[in-house]
Design a protein around this ligand. Structure first.
Ligand code: UDP
Ligand code: UDP
Length: 465
C-alpha cells in the first residue's frame, strides 16, 4: 500500500448504542474525506448501523456471534448486543470468540490501512499486530475523566480522607475537590483487586504489549478541556487525538413524507404554544432504581414545567400509576427509540435532565442545550462534575445530603428543574452553553482543531504503511 492509493479503514464498534453511534459518525467523516470504510459488526446491529450511517459507499460486514460460548455464567443471556450492564464483563469476554472470523474477514478485504476498534475490544490489538496493521483505539470518553482516573491510580489522593463523601483535592488540579463516591471501583479503592481492576489492566496491557503503532482516538475537542488534554499528552502514552464532537457529523433525520412520529408532533405543538420544554432521558444503559424513578416522577409533576421523558419500556411500569394522566397536556412519556439529536436541536427544547453519558453531553453542547446533571453509573459522575463545575453548562441535581451518590429527592428534582428552566442559574448556563456550542462547531469545521487533528491522524497512519 502506498500513500497515494485510497486508504481503507476498518471500523469495529463495541456492541452498545453509546459506543457504536460515535464511530458511525466518524465513519461518515472519513468517507467524506475520500477514505474507504468497512464497518464490522454482529448481525443484531446491522440494520441500526445501516440506518444511522446512511451512506451506501460504506460497507458493513457481519460476523456471527457464536452461540456456544464457554465460561459465561449461568443465567447470563448470550446475545450479540450488550444486553445490560450486569453482564458487561462476560459479554466483553464473549466477544473474544469473534477473533478468528474477524481476522479471516480482514484478510479477505482489499488492503487495510488501519483498524479503528473500541477500547473494550482489546483482542483486536492482537489481531492488528498479527496482521501487521496499525490499530487506533476508540475511547468514547473525555480527557478529563481519563486523566483524573490515572491521577487517582498514581497518587491515591483518596487515601487522605476517612469517608466516601469527604472531599479531597485532585493532585495537579487542586481546584477540583472530588470524593470517592465520584468514582466506580476500582478507582476509589485503596488496594484495588477483582474483576473490574483486571479488566482495566487487560485494556492497558493489550495496548502496551503491541509492537505496532497504537493511537487513542477521543470523542472530544481540545478547546473544551485543554488542561486535561495537555496533562494526558505530557504524562501518559499513547497520546489522545481529539477528533470530536463526532455528533456534528450526524446525518439529517428522515425526510418525513408520512406522518411525523408523535414525539416530533409534540415538540412542534409546544413550539407553537411557546412552552419551553425539558427533555428527560437516562440513556440506553443506566437503569434508575424504582425509588429514584418515583422521586423524578413527583419532582417533574410538582415542577409544572413542560417535559418529554424518553424511558425504556421495561421501566415504564415503574412510573405508571396515573402519572401520564396527571401531567396530560404538559408532559409526555415516550418509550420508542427516538432521534435524540433531533430532539435536542428542536427550538423548543431548553433543558436536558440527563444521566450524563458522554454522547448525551456532547449532543447537548452541540445543540446549545443546558444540562441538569443526574449521573448514575460508569464515569457519569465525573462527566457531571466536568459539565457543571468545569465547563459551566449545567446545574447539578444532588442526591440527599449533597453527596455524590444516593437518591435525588423529589424536592431537589423540582427545585433544580424550575431553576434550570426559569431561574437565574438556568440563564447563566444557557448563555455559556451557546458559547461552547460555537467552539464545538469551530473545532469540527475545516481548519478547526479536531479537523486538523483528524487530518494529521490520517497522514500519520497512511505514512506508517
Ligand atoms: N439515543 C438515541 N435515542 C434514544 C436513546 C439514546 O438516539 O432513544 C442515543 C443518544 O443520542 C446517544 C446514545 O444513544 O448518542 C447514548 O449514549 P450516552 O453516552 O449518552 O449514554 P449511554 O446510553 O451509553 O449510557
Ligand atoms: N494531536 C493530538 N494528539 C497527538 C498528536 C497531535 O491531539 O498525540 C493534535 C494536536 O493537538 C494538533 C494536531 O493533532 O491539533 C496536529 O498535530 P501534529 O503534531 O501532527 O502537528 P501538525 O501536523 O499540525 O504540524
Amino acid at each position: 500500500m502506498t500513500i497515494s492509493s485510497t486508504p481503507h479503514f476498518v471500523i469495529f464498534p463495541f456492541m452498545s448504542q453509546g459506543h457504536t453511534i460515535p464511530l458511525l459518525y466518524l465513519s461518515r467523516i472519513l468517507s467524506d474525506r475520500h477514505i474507504s470504510v468497512t464497518i464490522i459488526t454482529t448481525p443484531a446491529n446491522h440494520s441500526t448501523i445501516r440506518a444511522t450511517v446512511k451512506n451506501d459507499s460504506i460497507s458493513i460486514i457481519d460476523i456471527p456471534f457464536p452461540d456456544n460460548i464457554v465460561g459465561v455464567p449461568p443465567g447470563v443471556e448470550v446475545t450479540d448486543k450488550l444486553p445490560s450492564m450486569t453482564s458487561f464483563i462476560s459479554f466483553v469476554e464473549a466477544t473474544e470468540k469473534l477473533q478468528p472470523r474477524f481476522e479471516e474477514v480482514i484478510r479477505s478485504l482489499p488492503p487495510v490501512t488501519c483498524i479503528i476498534s473500541d477500547g473494550f475490544l482489546m483482542w483486536t490489538q492482537d489481531s492488528a499486530d498479527k496482521l501487521g496493521i496499525p490499530r487506533l483505539v476508540f475511547y468514547g470518553i473525555n480527557n478529563f475523566s481519563t486523566a483524573i482516573c490515572n491521577i487517582m491510580a498514581k497518587f491515591k489522593p483518596h487515601a487522605a480522607v476517612s469517608s466516601d463523601d469527604e472531599p479531597f483535592p485532585v493532585p495537579n488540579f487542586p481546584r477540583l475537590k472530588l470524593t470517592r463516591n465520584d468514582f466506580e471501583p476500582p478507582f476509589n479503592e485503596l488496594n484495588p483487586k477483582g474483576p473490574a481492576l483486571e479488566f482495566i489492566l487487560r485494556q492497558h496491557e493489550s495496548i502496551a504489549k503491541s509492537h505496532g503503532m497504537v493511537v487513542v482516538v477521543v470523542n472530544s475537542f481540545y478547546e473544551l478541556e485543554p488542561e486535561f488534554v495537555d496533562y494526558w499528552n505530557q504524562n501518559y502514552a499513547p497520546k489522545p487525538w481529539c477528533v470530536g464532537p463526532l455528533c456534528v457529523a450526524k446525518p439529517p433525520g428522515p425526510e418525513r413524507f408520512v406522518e411525523k412520529p408523535t414525539w416530533v408532533q409534540w415538540l412542534d405543538a409546544k413550539l407553537t404554544a411557546n412552552e419551553p420544554m425539558l427533555y428527560v432521558s437516562f440513556g440506553s444503559q443506566a437503569e434508575a432504581t424504582p425509588e429514584q424513578l418515583r422521586e423524578v416522577v413527583v419532582g417533574l409533576e410538582r415542577s409544572n414545567v413542560s417535559f418529554m421523558w424518553v424511558i425504556k419500556s421495561k421501566q415504564l411500569m415503574l412510573i405508571e400509576d396515573g402519572f401520564e394522566e396527571r401531567v396530560k397536556g404538559r408532559g409526555k412519556v415516550v418509550t420508542e427509540w427516538v432521534d435524540q439529536v433531533e430532539i435536542l436541536n428542536h427550538e423548543i427544547v431548553h433543558g436536558f435532565l440527563s444521566h450524563c453519558g458522554w454522547n448525551s453531553m456532547l449532543e447537548s453542547m452541540c445543540a446549545g442545550v443546558a444540562v441538569l446533571a443526574m449521573p448514575m453509573i460508569a464515569e457519569q459522575h465525573l462527566n457531571a462534575r466536568m459539565v457543571v463545575e468545569e465547563i459551566g453548562i449545567g446545574l447539578r441535581a444532588w442526591p440527599r445530603g449533597m453527596v455524590a451518590r444516593g437518591i435525588v429527592g423529589a424536592e431537589e428534582v423540582e427545585r433544580k428543574v424550575v431553576e434550570l428552566m426559569e431561574g437565574e442559574g438556568g440563564r447563566r448556563v444557557r448563555k455559556r452553553v451557546k458559547e461552547v456550542k460555537e467552539s464545538a462547531y469551530d473545532a469540527m469545521k475545516e481548519g478547526g482543531s479536531s479537523w486538523r487533528t483528524l487530518d494529521s491522524l490520517i497522514n500519520h497512519v497512511c505514512g506508517h504503511m
